[in-house]
Write a protein of this length. Structure first.
Length: 283
């Protein structure tokens, strides 16, 4: 069963300067969601016949928050629709390290080392399917954008951006035919969106978890139109239609196909957590 997660996004220099001007001052870089704008609290996917995907909870991920707005408890389905494999974990930090601690076993299921700018240097994942490590490493450019990930036998993946800081592609360096590409509506800027994407063809699971935890920037700056790419099993190309964007600029709803060539549209809802004013939610 392929693995789904909304894709990683990063920011260009102009967007970063605007972001800094709008956010409260802190020593975390990139700014955490609780310091600037809203964070994707949960993602719910429902089929055309009103069945919910992703275990009995009905959502791909869900978070609870501490009084200061940072993530406290984190749920994520690990391995695709209706999978029994998932995490319910507490998010902890200590010095230049961050952790996910399983709420039942108390095992450390994810650990991250951060650099002096609080960006991930490397991460190590242990998931319920038994996959363990190895360490994955992260490289950034002078703008603070993630430009390369490298893990074990997969080798390095490169990240390409447009002028606005939207990710255009993830590409396996040793075989560029393995790539995941994106298109955007440049007439529709957004503040946040969580898109249903198949990324089974590239080693970015840890990247997506880092994005969800607020340790890496996680939203595009424009409405996403398509996500296309090769996958080991099966191939998924998605078009995102009937998108709803609230007055704060956050995508709250859209529809997309669930399986390749399928006619049934999957209905996807993102609820957002904000400090201060709460944007309207769609249930």
């Amino acid at each position: 069963m392929p693995f789904y997660l909304p894709p990683l996004r990063a920011m260009c220099v102009f967007a970063l300067l605007c972001l800094l001007a709008a956010c409260k001052k802190n020593d975390h870089w990139p700014p955490k969601p609780e310091d600037c704008g809203c964070d994707a609290k949960n993602f719910i996917a429902i089929t055309g016949d009103d069945r919910v995907l992703y275990s009995n909870r009905g959502y791909r991920f869900d978070k609870t928050y501490k009084a200061n707005g940072s993530v406290d408890k984190f749920y994520m389905n690990i391995w695709g629709p209706a999978s029994p494999y998932d995490y319910i974990a507490y998010f902890k930090t200590s010095g230049n390290w961050a952790y996910l601690i399983d709420s039942t076993s108390q095992d450390t299921v994810f650990r991250v080392e951060l650099n002096s700018r609080k960006q991930p240097l490397r991460s190590f994942l242990k998931d319920p399917l038994g996959f363990v490590g190895p360490w994955q490493y992260y490289t950034y450019n002078s703008k603070g954008q993630l430009v390369k990930t490298e893990k074990g036998i997969y080798g390095p993946y490169s990240v390409k951006y447009d002028a606005y800081g939207n990710v255009l592609a993830y590409t396996l360096d040793r075989d560029t035919s393995f790539s995941l590409t994106f298109t955007y509506d440049y007439n529709t800027p957004i503040k946040g969106g969580s898109y249903f994407i198949n990324d089974d063809d590239i080693a970015v699971r840890e990247v997506m978890i880092l994005q969800l935890l607020g340790l890496l920037p996680g939203s595009p700056h424009h409405k996403m139109l398509t996500a296309k790419g090769l996958a080991y099993y099966p191939g998924f190309d998605r078009t995102f239609v009937n998108q709803q964007i609230n007055e704060e600029g956050y995508v709250t709803y859209y529809e997309t196909t669930l399986w390749p060539g399928g006619n049934d549209l999957l209905r996807c809802t993102t609820n957002w957590h904000c400090n201060g004013k709460q944007p309207p939610q769609k249930y």
